[in-house]
Design a protein. Structure first.
Length: 365
């Protein structure tokens, strides 16, 4: 089965903002989400869909796919994933072993696994080893608002929607305190900091946040590569740490060897797709580290994350970035049910086909 065409597609979906304050990303208002999707066609009429990290840097990821990876893929056997992906990794190594080069590879890899599942007539999770799970619990991953009243409103909304887990993207005490007051003592609350502090600052913040019983403190340290510092925050601060949304395989090895984290968070749209995600999961199991994948996506990356989680031996939860949209190409597949869980797609491959009419409507590149 030969690859005949690869197309990059960028869509923009405006966020329906319920509160008075627009969420922020890198200090700027976030009012929409960019999604970089990849379509891979074959000479046997089977099409696969993938997603590479896009958001604010989609242009760089798209350029790697269009200019570097696509010429290397055309005419290759789409079912020879191991050999093809290994060769692509070596080809982009000069462009970096992280960042847009690996994000681009992730998109193509996910699409190839979609094709493999369709060719086999099996949902991806079964191709990866199967699962007794037909649904997966999700957690509401709130955006950053920096305001206790806004967090109160969004936490109340998450609880009404059936979520049993909550994550905040806050770096001050007041919003965390507000969320805990609404959620009550039994709902696990995680805090994603996005690497703002030195090690000493992170330890002081852990002490301030401890009364609210956070399940984990995510990416508390800058730079994120300071794995020894991350380990110190966990040991001295007394709160379990989580990290890995921007990490590659050997970054995870370093974190595990340094006892830096309790929760590993590989991102299928960044780490190298399903192929590399499986390697991280296996490595984590070897070190006895929990895997809770990062999946702040609304395209094939989110669906691929579900399949990877379902195929894991241990239970885990799906991250649902807390954005509402008027319309998306994957429709209700991006939304958990009223019990806060996702139905696991049962169709072949990813089991979800995007709406091509909506893609055309929302496309910006």
């Amino acid at each position: 089965m030969k690859i005949t065409k690869i197309e990059t597609i960028v869509i923009n979906t405006p966020i329906l903002i319920a509160g008075k304050i627009a969420p922020k990303a890198s200090g700027l208002p976030r009012t929409s989400i960019n999604t970089l999707m990849v379509r891979v066609d074959t000479d046997e009429g089977i099409t696969g869909w993938g997603e590479g990290f896009g958001h604010r840097i989609y242009a760089a990821t798209k350029a790697v796919i269009d200019d570097i990876l696509t010429p290397l893929c055309i005419g290759r056997d789409a079912t020879d994933i191991t050999s093809l992906v290994d060769g692509l990794q070596r080809s982009v190594s000069g462009s970096g072993r992280n960042g847009p080069a690996m994000y681009a590879l992730s998109a193509i890899d996910i699409a190839l696994w979609d094709i493999a599942g369709k060719a086999a007539g099996l949902p991806l999770y079964r191709l990866l080893g199967g699962s007794p799970r037909k649904e997966l619990p999700a957690y509401a991953s709130l955006l950053r608002y920096g305001d206790a009243k806004e967090i109160t409103m969004y936490t109340e909304r998450a609880m009404k929607r059936g979520y049993k887990h909550l994550k905040l993207h806050e770096v001050t005490e007041a919003p965390v305190k507000a969320a805990r007051k609404v959620a009550g003592p039994d709902i696990p609350i995680m805090i994603d900091c996005n690497c703002p502090w030195t090690v000493d600052q992170a330890i002081k913040m852990a002490d301030k946040l401890a009364p609210y019983n956070p399940k984990w403190l995510e990416e508390p340290v800058w730079p994120p590569e300071d794995h020894r510092g991350l380990a110190k925050v966990q040991d001295v601060g007394g709160i379990a740490t989580a990290a890995g949304e921007n990490a590659m395989l050997h970054d995870f090895l370093s974190m595990f060897e340094n006892d830096a984290i309790t929760y590993a968070q590989p991102s299928v749209a960044k780490v190298g797709g399903v192929t590399m995600m499986r390697k991280v999961i296996t490595l984590a199991e070897t070190f006895g580290v929990n895997v809770v994948p990062h999946s702040a996506y609304f395209g094939p990356g989110l669906i691929a994350s579900m399949h990877c989680i379902a195929a894991m031996a241990a239970d885990s939860v799906v991250e649902r970035f807390d954005c509402d949209f008027a319309e998306t190409p994957l429709g209700d597949w991006i939304n958990p049910k009223k019990n806060g869980c996702y139905d696991l797609p049962q169709g072949p491959g990813l089991g979800v086909e995007p709406d091509l009419k909506l893609i055309k409507k929302l496309r910006i590149a």
